[in-house]
Design a protein around this ligand. Structure first.
Ligand code: IPM
Ligand code: MN
Length: 332
């Protein structure tokens, strides 16, 4: 295995506790990682006022991948770090696919096995920051928040999803809200159908996002790959995490599939200030995120062994962060 240069951003709260476990397991799987740690997040902001200096962003572009723990502390106004760091990295590095896989032997809702990959568009939609205020602060105030959907942006995301479905069970579901979001929904649907015509081996379905929430709880086995927009994907993947056994196990990859720069891997969960410092955070999501990183870096074998070790490890209440990391590493 050749060495991979990775930037590590442990961040805040439990991020600093789960990331070392993820690195430990990745190395135990044989990965040769040259890791450079970056102090970014709430702590850095409170100490220096800096969120993501331009020079640091430029440095990050030079790595093979970025592994991120979690960002956010209660002392920092909500949204500041999310937009200034996390979303800025997603946009600046053109990480246009947010891939979130969910696996469970028995889903919390229906008790059936579940193996679903959600492909969430990661650089557009309502996250683009389009909108503003009219007559702010008056009784006649109006706030608008637009959704940006470009043919280019939607098509490259949908294309990735079809490609992924080809490597799995060849089924792709588009989730949107075309009955109400008539402009954005129309563009998504037309794009989806056009790309589908190039993939006759992949069967397709469409569902409104509200109905998809019900089906995800009641019959998640109907899904293989789901493709959806940024905000629907955000919400649906929290639901999926809960259904698949808890957000403590949900991993994600912010991918630049064109590989014009590094991709970024992070657990779906946040910094959990309520349990930070207790050594009880479940590192599973960070470990699986690191496995996704290895897979993307061409270490498919190490990645598969980590994923299997995680699946084989029976959940145990009260096991410490480090003990869970050790238990996964021992099963490799
Ligand atoms: C996620 C998070 C972020 C998002 C927040 C922290 C901005 O919820 O990665 O799902 O909304 O994308
Ligand atoms: Mn989210």
């Amino acid at each position: 295995m050749s060495a991979h240069r990775i930037a590590v951003i442990p961040g805040d709260g439990i991020g600093t506790e789960v990331v070392p476990e993820a690195l430990k397991v990745a190395r135990a799987a044989g990965a040769d990682l040259e890791a450079v740690t970056y102090d970014l997040g709430g702590r850095r902001y409170l100490a220096t006022g800096e969120v993501l200096p331009d020079a640091v962003l430029e440095e990050l572009r030079g790595f093979d991948a970025i592994l991120l723990g979690a960002i956010g502390t209660p002392e920092v106004p909500p949204g500041l770090l999310e937009r200034g760091l996390l979303l800025r990295l997603r946009f600046a590095l053109d990480l246009y696919v947010n891939l979130r896989p969910f696996r469970a032997a028995a889903s919390v809702g229906a008790g059936v096995p579940l193996d679903v990959a959600v492909v969430r568009e990661n650089t557009e939609g309502t996250y683009a920051g389009e909108g503003g205020f009219l007559r702010k602060g008056t009784a006649q105030e109006v706030a608008t928040q637009g959704s940006v959907n470009t043919r280019f942006g939607v098509e490259r995301c949908v294309r990735y999803a079809f490609g992924l479905a080809r490597t799995r069970r060849q089924h792709l579901t588009l989730v949107h809200k075309t009955n109400v979001l008539t402009f954005a929904g129309d563009l998504w649907q037309r794009t989806f159908e056009a790309v589908a015509a190039e993939h006759p081996d992949v069967t397709t379905a469409y569902q409104h996002v509200d109905a998809a929430c019900i089906h995800f709880v009641e019959s998640p086995q109907r899904y293989d790959v789901i493709v959806t927009d940024n905000l629907f994907g955000d919400i649906l993947t929290d639901l999926a995490g809960a259904v698949a056994g808890g957000i403590g196990r949900a991993a994600s990859a912010n991918l630049n599939p064109d590989r014009t720069g590094p991709s970024m891997f992070e657990p779906v969960h946040g910094s959990a200030p309520d349990i930070a410092g207790t050594g009880t955070a479940d590192p599973t999501a960070a470990v699986v995120s690191a496995a996704m990183m290895l897979d993307f870096l061409g270490e498919a074998d190490a990645a598969a062994r980590i994923t299997k070790a995680v699946a084989d490890l029976a959940p145990e209440r009260g096991r410490s962060t480090a003990a869970t990391g050790d238990a996964i590493a021992e099963r490799l």
